[in-house]
Design a protein around this ligand. Structure first.
Ligand code: CTP
Ligand code: CA
Length: 236
């Protein structure tokens, strides 16, 4: 708020944030999408700017506005998001992958509108896997030998309602992805997506919970950035 001083603990730090949900085109008028609003990712970008960071936001189909002071790159589909991330990753100190990236895209993009008269009683779509952007970015970083220099944060939205089982899923996921931290939250149709509140655990690569928060998405963003700041202070 106006007049309140915010610690500039990310001054000069270059941060790349992805937010929103990708849309995978099916034909000229249809896509496969998801329920991500982009709120949590935009909150991370917004708090990072307030704390002094140079922020680039790779934005996919946001339902929220992007505040001033953020360098915003709009993309639509997963492969565009991948290209936008790869083009900028090497010059970045921190990457926060908050976007909901479609795991699959239609195998073919039909040039004209799919017609009922052609498809008939049922329609089967063939989908192929999208690149795993987070995993690729981690691999690239490690190949550059920049493990200690670039901090990479992934997100995992899980529908598993049991806390212990959800944590186990998240631990397996961060081990698979190899990122420094994984922000895990529970989602279902009423929870997580589109809401202003969020409940998260931030895991490190060893599977330990570094921080937890249940608050508005701006506060949750600060919690995530606190973990990053602490890590960078340790790495120095
Ligand atoms: N992610 C990504 N590229 C993809 C899919 C996911 O970069 N093609 C990123 C997301 O932005 C998120 C993290 O990976 O930061 C975890 O996404 P999630 O969907 O939970 O993981 P998946 O490996 O796709 O596993 P699942 O089968 O549970 O969807
Ligand atoms: Ca996925």
């Amino acid at each position: 708020t106006a007049g309140q001083r915010v610690a500039q603990d990310l001054a000069g730090v270059r941060i790349l944030v992805t937010a929103g949900g990708t849309r995978e085109p099916l034909d000229p008028v249809r896509f496969l999408g998801n329920r991500s609003s982009g709120k949590q990712g935009v909150a991370v970008a917004s708090r990072a700017v307030s704390r002094g960071a140079e922020v680039t936001l790779i934005a996919a189909n946001l339902e929220v506005d992007v505040p001033e002071g953020i360098n915003c790159v709009r993309v639509e589909r997963a492969t565009e998001m991948a290209d936008a991330c790869h083009a900028r990753a090497a010059g970045t100190d921190v990457i926060v992958m908050a976007a909901a990236v479609a795991d699959y895209r239609p195998a073919q993009q039909v040039p004209g509108k799919i017609k009922k008269s052609d498809a008939g009683e049922s329609l089967t779509l063939e989908l192929v896997q999208n690149p795993d952007i987070l995993r690729e970015l981690v691999t690239e970083r490690n190949e550059r030998g920049a493990q200690g220099e670039q901090c990479i944060v992934g997100f995992a939205a899980e529908t598993e309602p049991d806390d212990a089982a959800r944590l186990a899923i998240a631990r397996a996921k961060i081990a698979r992805k190899g990122c420094d931290f994984l922000v895990c939250n529970r989602v279902d149709e009423a929870l997580g997506f589109g809401q202003d509140q969020n409940t998260v655990d931030v895991l490190d690569l060893r599977g330990e919970v570094r921080a937890s928060a249940s608050a508005d998405k701006m506060s949750v963003a600060d919690t995530i950035l606190d973990v990053v700041v602490a890590q960078r202070a340790n790495a120095r």
